[in-house]
Write a protein that binds this ligand. Structure first.
Ligand SMILES: [Zn+2]
Length: 214
């Protein structure tokens, strides 16, 4: 089972991809984390990435795809993989082997104010990557591992509006491309955590029941 998950900020990617990975025994590949790890480990490609990220620019698609593809090449011990947030634009889509991907899951929220509210109140565990909110964790302590929770440095209104607009401009064409291949599952991600997760699992199960794995 080879999945990609896409959605605007606040649509629940971080919250759902780890749970999907656990449930279906998939390698959980978070593109942002791979980039950060390469930079932190000062690998050859990490040094090139740092030249872009240190001045606030995006790492070019061919470099991102190079490290992503090396992660996809080794999935021994797993029943497949789930990619959190790639391909985010048509350039990445064209550089990816999309024949290999079974289905793209699109997390969708009609009301943009829900995305803004969720993102502004989001708390992330720097240790175990759990995603929660100021409402669920008012004490600022991670319920999973006990670490102190943090806001993401770029979760402010101006950046969120920019990222939502960028998603609509650059990532929505990727969704349309997957849809044209008959490889898109749309999820109404405006409900509660459990409603959204149940809906995702049901639609994944239905999709693969109709289209058995090779
Ligand atoms: Zn934690």
């Amino acid at each position: 089972m080879k999945l990609v998950v896409l959605g605007p900020p606040g649509s629940g990617k971080g919250q759902n991809t780890g749970r999907i990975a656990n449930k279906y025994h998939l390698k959980h590949i978070v593109v942002g984390d791979i980039v950060k790890a390469e930079i932190r480990n000062k690998t050859e490609v990490g040094k090139i990435m740092y030249e872009y990220t240190s001045v606030g620019r995006f790492v070019p698609s061919d470099i991102v795809m190079q490290v992503l593809n090396s992660q996809l090449a080794d999935i021994s011990g797993y029943a497949g993989y789930i990619i959190d947030t790639a391909p985010i634009n048509m350039d990445q889509y064209e550089k990816m082997n999309t024949d290999d991907i079974d289905v793209a899951i699109s997390l969708e929220v009609e009301d943009k104010n829900i995305l803004r509210t969720r993102t502004l109140n989001r708390l992330i565990c720097p240790n175990c990557r759990s995603v929660t909110s100021v409402f669920e964790s008012p004490d600022n302590i991670c319920k999973v591992c006990g670490a102190t929770l943090e806001h993401r440095y770029d979760d402010n209104l101006e950046t969120i509006n920019f990222r939502i607009a960028q998603y609509e401009r650059e990532t929505v064409p990727v969704l349309n491309a997957f849809e044209a291949l008959g490889k898109l599952i749309r999820i109404d991600s405006s409900g509660t955590k459990e409603q959204v997760f149940d809906q995702i699992c049901k639609k994944i199960d239905d999709f693969f029941a109709k289209k058995p794995l090779k």
